[in-house]
Design a protein around this ligand. Sequence first.
Ligand code: COA
Length: 163
Amino acid sequence: MTRAVYPGSFDPVTNGHMDIIDRASKIFDELIIGVLLNQSKKPMFSVDERVNLLEHLTENYPNVTVKKFDGLLVDFAHKEDARVIVRGLRAVTDFEYELQMAQTNKVIADDLETVFLTTNLKYSYLSSSIVKEIASYDGDIRQFVDPQTEAEIRSKLNDNGGK
Ligand code: COA
């Protein structure tokens, strides 16, 4: 049985992330989405809100669970007894950062393998920040996120006076 973790900030989850989750859930027996409590980013959604959104979107995936984590990714993977780290590669610009992360993780945890899935071309330009920026100018984000996520982004922007 192969258990994999798919880590990220997911602030918020987009259709690009969902494409990776859908495909990874068909490759691995179990997939754990690890939602990072990222100290270096100022998130729009709290880590629990991000977990809730992902749980809602993955409720029809019996082999997918969602957990929050803090600290090193390799420690989280070990704690969850996972052997594989899944990451999506959107474009060549992701490559250097992802390679550095995968190689560093390999040095500190030799038992873990990083597997890259190429992001669907439809989403190769997409990022959570772009979605939030378009929404902040009242643009249409329905093709990038699911309806509940869209509603929650709009509600956050309203609470924060559009920022
Ligand atoms: N579709 C759409 N967007 C995607 C995407 C996809 N398939 N894959 C990545 N992105 C976007 C995200 O939306 C995000 O956009 P943003 O910067 O506008 O928010 C961006 O790409 C990168 O985000 P993410 O994939 O969430 O990565 P991250 O850089 O926030 O976090 C971790 C990556 C969690 C794997 C890394 O920070 C980590 O391991 N942290 C734990 C600490 C640790 O172990 N450090 C040592 C690592 S060597």
